[in-house]
Design a binder for this molecule. Structure first.
Ligand SMILES: [Zn+2]
Ligand SMILES: [Zn+2]
Length: 765
């Protein structure tokens, strides 16, 4: 049996089932999954198989069951045999699983021996990926190996009838890890439950507390206190980006945000992700938690430690990654003292080592289903199954929101979120994750796939690695990787039209792409349409200052007259001489590269409508534009299938390729934009017009299957409008789910494109 079948209570399940049906034989874990030998009557064997298919253990995900006849041995009884570690490592390492209701009930029960114990877990919950050091998954191959089981835990561990039979991280107050509260200099201030109480006291007093959790440190503070939140922001150097919150339960989440059935299932699921939810007007959190955002990122406790802490505080806490700005999350308490120095007033730590960092996942319900924006706890390192056996290929991702991918057999394993490769710490984490994956699955890559952009740190690393090992390095165009990832995740064949819209990706013509319509699949693509290009005045400076892009577009619409439009904030905010310099840049093209980026068009419109002139983080203006559009969405027909503006124009050139021209749309917005008109309404019309443009391009291309991928499809409104328009016109629409539409999914696409490329290489064409 292959799939997620280890560490989920599979063997005891099989043991109990075999006993109930009077079947003889044995079960064991091996490196490829679970192996069962059964002997008995036909009817009982059929019944066994039916139970396996219809009611497997809740966390198990069976991918494949292979059956073979075996000679009759007449040996009585059914046993669980020790694990076998020979063969190819295709077993799935399970993600960490949030505390199950049974374990939480024990922790809260004063009569239970695990009362108030922050590390309780069982076969259905607890740490997995963050404690595994080797395969197969058994206690000696976890960071729990350091803790010797007490008599009572051993009895539970060895009893197939017990909920903790072979629960590898099993622990109790007598034999497991414990909490300590440390001062910033590492002095022990309190131990065990007293340490937890000290952390709760510190939070209550407005302090910032670093808490060692499941996959790394969180920085926490009282979410109701603007001063505490401001201190945390200042120390973490995080100015405006929204901060996530942890609340004790679904009821507490409902007090802060609108929770639908779908989002409740996601929030309370075993993955315990941060879920973006529409905030309530009366939400009792400080305004600097998520300034100007219509949504709050909420998560529930994932471990007994967090349950106990949140029950002590009785108020929502900010729970943000324990790191400085975009660095990777800290995992070790000694390292945390250094890396989080000056940030936390108190450290709540414990002596269970983390084998690797895993951040909180971030998800959003879009078009009626959960979509991941950051794939980490609860999902990593689950693979994406693919149809054919692939050579071992490492896909290193791009530059932002990096995650790596590794193909083994018919699976592509996706790493946890690593982050932006902008600091030495991030690069270290990136290299560690790559080494970790190869070691865990005991494979050497046959090729390394990387982005076409030569300047990305991931590209430089991939080329070096390939050269050192004498392997082919395969360059994959950024948006092609997005398309391949979306097809793979949906287990769909091409050719499909990939609407790949994002911020930045190097195109095959050497310009910056980002508003692309690519027709193809992993084996190749044709760029059948794209957004009309515009200039980024000042290059990278334009990413931080959307007003530069707005000015470039105004210059195209109005010529030199744009410089005098004092009525527009995007013009007014520049001095006369700055405008002259920028206009020269635009006409000469010097330090003003052209781009077709849809993300940058969002920035430009946010600026033009006076919503945002500068961005302190990637995607900020686009998020503000989406937020503004949502505000107006109540005023127009929700989910309206008919165009609101219909102002976008598709220009077909003689070779059949098309350009989606933004000029009529932006002229329209400019014409209507005045102090008396709601910029929200115009923002909504902009979204609707882009969805129309996508539908028009799809109709022009005619491919029945359309994939919406790239960072722009983190935008709920754009995604829902475009999908609705396309479906109404009869197209099959592919969206991302468990693989992020942003660059977190690039590694997967790179692996699939490289696999196709290698086939041709081997055939010699
Ligand atoms: Zn449990
Ligand atoms: Zn114990």
């Amino acid at each position: 049996m292959r799939g997620a079948v280890q560490g989920v209570g599979f063997r005891p399940f099989v043991w109990r089932l075999a006993h109930a049906l009077s079947l003889a034989g044995w079960v064991r874990n091996d490196i490829a999954g679970v192996f069962i030998e059964l002997e008995g009557e036909d009817g009982a064997l059929r019944e066994f198989r039916r139970a396996l298919d219809e009611a497997p253990p809740p966390l198990a995900r069976i991918r494949e069951i292979l059956e073979n006849p075996a000679p009759v041995t007449k040996e009585p009884g059914f046993t669980i045999r020790p694990s076998e570690d020979a063969g190819a490592r295709t077993v799935l390492v399970l993600p960490d699983v949030a505390t199950c209701p049974a374990c939480l009930a024990e922790v809260l029960d004063p009569k239970d021996r695990r009362h108030l114990y922050p590390f309780a877990n069982c076969t259905n919950c607890g740490p997995r990926f963050t404690i595994v050091t080797d395969l197969p998954y058994d206690r000696p191959a976890t960071t729990m190996a350091a803790f010797t089981l007490c008599g009572e835990c051993r009895a539970e561990y060895e009893d197939p009838r017990d909920r903790r039979f072979h629960a590898q991280p099993i622990a109790c107050p007598a034999c497991g890890p414990h909490l300590e509260a440390w001062s910033p200099s590492g002095d022990v201030l309190a131990r065990r439950h007293e340490a937890l109480l000290a952390a709760a006291d510190a939070l209550r007093a407005g302090a910032v507390v670093a808490v060692k959790g499941l996959g790394g440190f969180h920085l926490m503070c009282d979410a109701r206190s603007a001063d505490a939140v401001a201190a945390l922001r200042r120390r973490k150097r995080r100015e405006e980006k929204p901060l996530a919150l942890m609340v004790r339960d679904v009821a507490a989440a409902r007090a802060l945000a609108e929770v639908t059935d779908e989002s409740e299932a996601l929030l309370a699921g075993p993955e315990a992700p941060i879920v973006l939810l529409p905030r309530r007007a009366d939400a009792g959190v400080a305004s600097n938690v998520a300034p100007g955002r219509p949504e709050l990122g909420l998560m529930l406790p994932a471990t007994p430690l967090h349950h106990l802490l949140l029950r002590e505080t009785r108020f929502p806490v900010v729970a943000t990654s324990g790191n400085r700005s975009e660095e990777p999350i800290a995992t070790d308490e000694r390292e945390a003292l250094v890396r989080l120095a000056g940030m936390a007033d108190l450290f709540l730590v414990h002596d269970r080592a983390l084998a690797r960092h895993v951040d909180d996942s971030v998800a959003r319900v879009v078009a009626g289903a959960p979509r991941l924006l950051r794939r980490a706890r609860g999902w990593a390192p689950l693979p994406v199954p693919v149809r054919e056996e692939l050579p071992v290929i490492l896909g290193v991702g791009a530059h932002m929101k990096t995650a790596v991918a590794l193909s083994v057999g018919r699976q592509v394993f996706l790493s946890q979120h690593v982050g932006d490769l902008e600091t030495p710490e991030a690069l270290d984490a990136f290299e560690r994750v790559i080494a970790d994956f190869q070691r865990l699955y005991a494979v050497e890559p046959a090729a390394v796939a990387h982005d076409l952009h030569p300047g990305y740190a991931s590209t430089v690393f991939a080329k070096k690695l390939a050269e050192a090992r004498g392997l082919p390095a395969v360059a994959v165009q950024h948006h092609h990787a997005h398309l391949a990832a979306c097809l793979a995740e949906n287990e769909a064949d091409g050719p499909a039209l990939g609407v790949t819209w994002d911020g930045t990706g190097l195109g095959t013509d050497g310009t910056i792409w980002g508003g692309e319509f690519l027709l193809g699949d992993a084996s190749g693509f044709t760029r059948v349409a794209h957004l009309r290009p515009f200039r980024l005045l000042g290059g990278d400076a334009a990413v931080k200052e959307p007003r530069r892009i707005a000015l470039a577009i105004l210059l195209e619409l109005l010529g030199e007259g744009a410089l005098g439009r004092e009525d527009l904030e995007c013009v007014r905010s520049f001095s006369r001489s700055e405008r002259e310099v920028l206009a020269k840049m635009a006409s000469s093209g010097l330090n003003a590269p052209v781009t077709t980026s849809a993300g940058r068009l969002f920035d430009a419109v946010a600026s033009l409508l006076g919503i945002a002139q500068k961005s302190s983080f990637e995607g900020q203006s686009a998020m503000a534009l989406e937020a503004a559009a949502f505000e107006a969405w109540g005023e127009v027909a929700p989910g309206a299938a008919q165009p609101l503006a219909g102002q976008i124009r598709l220009v077909i050139s003689s070779d059949g390729s098309a350009i989606l021209d933004w000029e009529p749309l932006l002229s329209y917005l400019l014409g209507k934009s005045s102090p008396g008109v709601s910029s929200s309404l115009l923002a909504a019309e902009f979204h609707a017009a882009l969805a129309d443009g996508i539908a028009a391009a799809a109709a022009h291309v005619g491919a029945p299957r359309v994939a919406l991928t790239g960072g722009c499809f983190q935008n709920k409104l754009l995604t829902e409008l475009a999908a609705a328009r396309l479906r109404a016109a009869g197209f099959e629409v592919l969206l991302h789910g468990a693989v992020p539409p942003n660059d977190g999914g690039i590694g997967l696409g790179q692996v699939l494109v490289a696999a196709e490329r290698l086939k041709h290489l081997h055939r010699g064409d």
